[in-house]
Design a protein around this ligand. Sequence first.
Ligand code: AKB
Length: 314
Amino acid sequence: MSNTERILITGASGQLGVELTMHLRARHGADNVIATDVRDNKAVSGTGPFEQLDVLDSDSLAAMVRRHRIGTIYHLAAILSAKGEADIRWTWKLNMDGLLNVLELARDEGAAASTRMEIFWPSSIAVFGPDLPRENTPQECPLNPTTVYGITKLAGEQLCAYYHRKFGVDVRSLRFPGLIGNKSEPGGGTTDYSVDMLRAAAAGESFVCPVRPETRLPMMYMDDAVRAATDLMDADGSKLRVRSSYNITAMSFSPKELLDAIRAHVNGFDVAYRPDHRAEIASSWPDSIDDSAARRDWGWEPKFDLPDMVREML
Ligand code: AKB
């Protein structure tokens, strides 16, 4: 990697950010991966360069990109589905203006420099609404999200496609399902119940689940999520036919199915169900999604299923 190709990660202290930062540092060298966030997390600030950055501050973002000679941005900073419902205006502002700042910067840098900047931006299964086939939800379908988070992801997908089409910005995106990992805390998502249930089981505690026992959702173990993001960024751009965001998935399960899988390892683990607003969000999302476009265009294939994931987590 040359020093004009350093990587910048926004939202690096978050659930995906921590694991992606660790992976990219192992691959490219710690000094070539600049982790940024509004809050410090020792898992990233203790393992390489960390700078405090608010993605709404476009001048600081641009200065940082020029100072570190950044060639690739993984723009992860966002508010997730469950938390987003508590502050609509803030969720819209952070999720949309943050992405717009990154896309505008990539457009300006692309016009000024001989090499183009590359952007990764995560979308989500939250773009889907309850009007769709719940099984094997297709890549192309009417999108009617039920949360402000889902609305920002849908608008963001369209912005990505627009900046690619109109200005040639090389922005690539995945519709992540629920992500499950054990190196960093999730925060504010509907699918976080799965990580919380696994943590309770590992700690020998009981668990109160906010999602109904039979509601199935698409999910993915963090190693697969990190590999999906980096494989997409490594892919030949001319083969990428989806410039909004690719469906990807690895497994689907309900809280009841997760409980059964945990009980194969932890005897007597106890779960009570107390559905709240997260249950409504969860039941508006697909059971499973069709990721054949990602498999076709850049060879996506998950490695972890439900039993593998539970074994790794516990
Ligand atoms: C959430 O639950 O909000 C996220 C997501 C599926 O985008 N994990």
